[in-house]
Design a binder for this molecule. Sequence first.
Ligand code: GLV
Ligand code: MN
Ligand code: MN
Length: 435
Amino acid sequence: MTGAVDAGAPGDGSAEPEPVEAEPVSRDAALIMERCDELATLSSNPEHLERLHLSREHAAANALVGEWMRQAGLSTWQDAAGNQCARLEGSSPDLPALLLGSHIDTVPDAGRYDGMLGVLLAIAVAGRIHSSGRALPFALEVVAFSDEEGTRFGTALLGSRALAGAWDDALFELTDADGITLFEAMQDFGLDPARLPGAARRRESLVGYLEAHIEQGPILEDLGKSLAAVTSIAGARRFSLTMTGKAGHAGGTPFEKRRDALVGASELVVAVEALSREYGTIGTVGRLQAFPGGVNVIPGRVDFSLDLRAEHDADRDTCLRRIRETAEDICARRGLSFESTEIYTAPAVRCDPGLRAAIESGIRSTGDAAPVAFHSRAGHDGVAISSVTDFAMLFIRCAGGISHHPDESVIEADVAVALDAFEAAVWAVAAGYTG
Ligand code: GLV
Ligand code: MN
Ligand code: MN
């Protein structure tokens, strides 16, 4: 493994050693950091990073990542769902594959490491294994998933759901903010929606899935550690909500006669936080728009969102029931009506114990004798992939736990140690592989 600086053999004192230029922590890690910066330039918005599923920038990112995959010695293709894929054969052709990867779409005003870092670490691991000349007992594949965040079409994991064979044709009818359907967006991207089932992988063709990702929380930083294994990923449900009252004159309408949808929605937003705390869940209203939107008009309608997640699906669903009851109570008191449409649902999923042990052994190989493991409240492609193969994850410390924000950051030394650990995890999977 790279990363160690050779201090040279002890001298016999007869000659001064030649001065040695300081090496970066790891050339591979430095390259990964540069590539994260380069990918961050592929944005639909000149002011901030936003790369949406099936956009022009997504196509450019696939082309760039595909080029890096080929430079690493892999053969490449774009699958029928727009996932950028690559393969390194194992000790013989056509063996089942261990998948490594993450996603290359972003949230609006994103950081540059959520997803992208995992893709670039996967490429670097495959490149190291290719150049080692040692063959694995399985093939190694790298996937840059096309959609994990769900920013464009409101529902997440479209790339990994297609690969897992968990596709529902109703998804083609989803529309983006401009009214373009997913079906049309695929055609615009050069994909044939009729061929989408071709992206699905058979269980027998896969060994498992490993993903490296920034933690997106503060635990590692608080512990003073670079890396962790993941135990499970939260189950999430997302909703489009509407509260409707009646618009009216801001001056002429007395309070007793108002049916103000924004005041009702605001009460519910506060209740979402209180109930989430009570039930040990995490609830977020990330979007809220009042109509008609005049400064001197009582809001007659509010459209807003709800994202609710928890380690245990039962806690999340109990909290959801209480949120609904609270919405009904608010509406009864204020003369409002309430509609709710579920736009995304995913169960909580556990990492496979064997693959998680490989991740922990990878972490130990970097000098951390007692790796920590904890639950992920953030969603990841493993949620979808778990329906077709086992998965496990490696978490990397990020500054302040900040993510989904341009201040997202990682240090190069952590990337270097993550790369070593991720590579060692692949060899640990190989050591335990019985075919
Ligand atoms: C994805 O980043 C999610 O957890 O929402
Ligand atoms: Mn994200
Ligand atoms: Mn992510």
